[in-house]
Structure formats: C-alpha cells, structure tokens
Design a protein around this ligand. Sequence first.
Ligand SMILES: Cc1ncc(COP(=O)(O)O)c(C=O)c1O
Length: 438
Amino acid sequence: MNASLQNDLSAFWIPFTANRSFKADPRLLARAKDMHFETPDGRKVLDGTAGLWCVNAGHARPRIVEAIQKQAAELDFAPTFNLAHPKAFQLASRVADLTPDGLDHIFFTNSGSESVDTALKIALAYQRARGKGHKTRLIGRERGYHGVNFGGVSVGGLPKNRMYFNNLLAQVDHLPHTHDPRNAFSRGQPEHGAELADGLERLVGLHDASTIAAVIVEPVAGSTGVLPPPKGYLERLRALCTRHDILLIFDEVITGFGRVGAPFAAQRFGVTPDMITMAKGITNAAVPMGAVAVSDQIHDAIMGGADAPIELFHGYTYSGHPLACAAGLGTLDTYAEEGLFARSREIETYFEDGVHSLRDARHVIDIRNFGMAAAIELTPRPGEPTARAMEVFKKAFDQGLLIRVTGDIIALSPPLIIEKRQIDQIVETLRALLAATA
Ligand SMILES: Cc1ncc(COP(=O)(O)O)c(C=O)c1O
C-alpha cells in the first residue's frame, strides 16, 4: 500500500472496526462472484461468512444483477409515502408467502437495525390501539444482538454496545442468556437450558405482565457466537408470552432466508412468533433492505384502533425502494429456482461434521452449530482477550479464506451454494492455522 493511498483511507470511518490498526494494514475487496471475493491484486478469498451472514445465494448472481440493472433504468426511485410502485406490493406478497401462516403483513425498512426498532414501535402501537397503552416495557436477552439503533441497543444484551451510549430506553429488562458450559460441543440444539425461558416468569413477577409489551429474541443468537436455543426453550417462551398476553418477536435478521434450512427459524423450530424482523438475505445483500412481518392480529388491531388517518406514524424515505424490491424479487426467484433452502438443510450435516472435526484442534474449547451457522470458541490468550481469534482471522484472509470473529469465537456462515470440497477447505485451513497460532 503506497503512502498516497494510505492517506486516502483516512476519510472513511470504518464501522465496527479497529480503524487505526486496519488503516495501517488494510484488507481490501474489489470483486466477488459466487463463493469468492477477489482482492484488488487478483487474489481469491473463499467466503466463509456470506459477507456478513447475508449473501445467502452467493455473490453476483445473474437474476439479481439483471433485476437491479433493469430497475435502475426503469424507475430509480418512487416515494412510498402516499404513493407506491408495483414491485413493493409484489415483494411484500412474496415475503408473506415465505413467513409462517398468519404473519401476512410486511413493513419495509433498510436494515436489520431499522427492522428491530420498527417492530418495537409496532408492538407499542398495537398495545395502545387495543386499549392496553400501559403495556410499554420491552424485554430482550443477555447476549442478544439487535443492531445499533437506540431501541435495538437497549433491548440488546451486549455490554459494549450499551455502555458507551447509555441505556436510553428506560423500561427495558433482559432474560438470561442461554449459553451453558454443560452444553459444550453440542451438535444442533443443546440439551440443557429450556428452563431459562422461565426467566420471563420472574420478570412478570417483578414488573407485572400489565406493563410488558413484547419480548424480542434471536431464535439462534448469531453475532454473539452462534447460540442455538436449548431443546424446548423457544416453545416454553412462546407459551409464557401467550399466557401473559405479551408479544413475541423473533429477530431473524441472520436466521431468515435459508440459513437454518427453512425460510425462517420459526418454521424450522415449529414456533410462531407475533412478528419477525428480517434484512440481509431478503435481497441477498445486493441492495440494503429490511422488513418486519407482522401478524394479522397486530395489523388488524392497529388498522381498527387507530385514532388518526395514518394508522402507524412510522416509515423511511427508502421503505420499499424500487432497487431493493427488484433485488428482493430476483433473490427470492434465485432461492426458489435453485432450491437453496432445501440445499441448506441437505448440506448442514456435512458442515456440522466438518466443523466438529476441529474439536481436538489447538485452543478449541467449544464448538456450536445450527443449520449453516457454526461457532468455534477458542480459549483467550492470557491477558489479551480477542487477540488470538483476530490473529487467526488475519492469517486466514492472507491464505484466501474469509471467516468472522467475535471476541475469541470464530463464526462461520457460508453462502448456501457452498460445495463439500469448499467446506473441507475451510476446515483444513482452520485446523492448520490453529496449530500454527500461539
Ligand atoms: C439478529 C440481528 N439483528 C439486527 C442486526 C442489525 O442489522 P443491520 O446491521 O443491518 O442494521 C443484526 C446484524 O447482524 C443481527 O444479527
């Protein structure tokens, strides 16, 4: 990297990144196709993370590329305040076809964070519309990640995300997380921990159900290191929410669109929430977009109980953006034509076997997986938490493999088009790197 280019790096304040260290030794991506990124100097990098858990169909897929190109020339933008365009309705209907029965209304956003804050606001609007405006408390979970807007940060359970920005939503509480060392090296859903859902019973005892609007959880926690729900946990949480008249929101920003071998984790686990937040895979990440799927009951209560002509005072300039809708339609066509949700289910066992074969690799203290997502947890280097995993990340990139690290956890979530030999490549690259890393 020459000096003038280094200077050029200063303007872009890179998100969730150690900027000083990155700019001293940048990793740049210039192109991508199918399972690979390519660096500016032409080096191929196998995408072990589907970008950021989002490129589920692989990169630069023809249907999606063509749809965006055509749309840009035909209708670059159309406001969706008091106006609309046909593809927004088409995409909403197609997404509603994929969500569980009864979650038939789709509100478009531009990201996972916006989807989360939208769902929290819809929960409050619903309680008010049906005359229960006293139900305002929102419950999240420790180790939950719900994006970076103020609502999501408040219900989220990551100390660093909260401590720098205060906890600005006041009426928030948290369920205990579900990470239990007794479950180390579980394959799929772990045995222990269904009873942790009873944490909701305690919060009801403390705050009273009449103050609680909604609970939000990731069915499989992703960003904090792939924590699949213990067997029976989600069923129990659903039953408790129903018993206490509390809405249940599944944050499926990562688990949606085939990551867990079904359109949504709700279907894979057979547990239906009242709302589902989504983003990422909805457009295969080609154009930013998010959405909230809302139950008929919530939607109809807000439509029927509104005290103003505009029933929900909420929306974004880019809600239902034409390019995003075109990309979304191209994406859903690609998933359907290639049977990618079923393919994900078919290869998950091969992926699970591969990842768990690292059980005896150096530094490994736990391996967890569900669907096409897996985490390999390393013992931290004494006095230097996160340094070991970061070193593995950098070396992997240099050797042509993109992984993701969070703390001392390596997370894997490849595109659903991955071939078995590419799974082998990920596993063997990691095995060698772990052996060579102090
Ligand atoms: C479960 C979950 N919710 C919300 C978000 C935030 O999405 P975005 O970064 O698109 O705002 C993420 C991002 O990874 C996520 O994993």
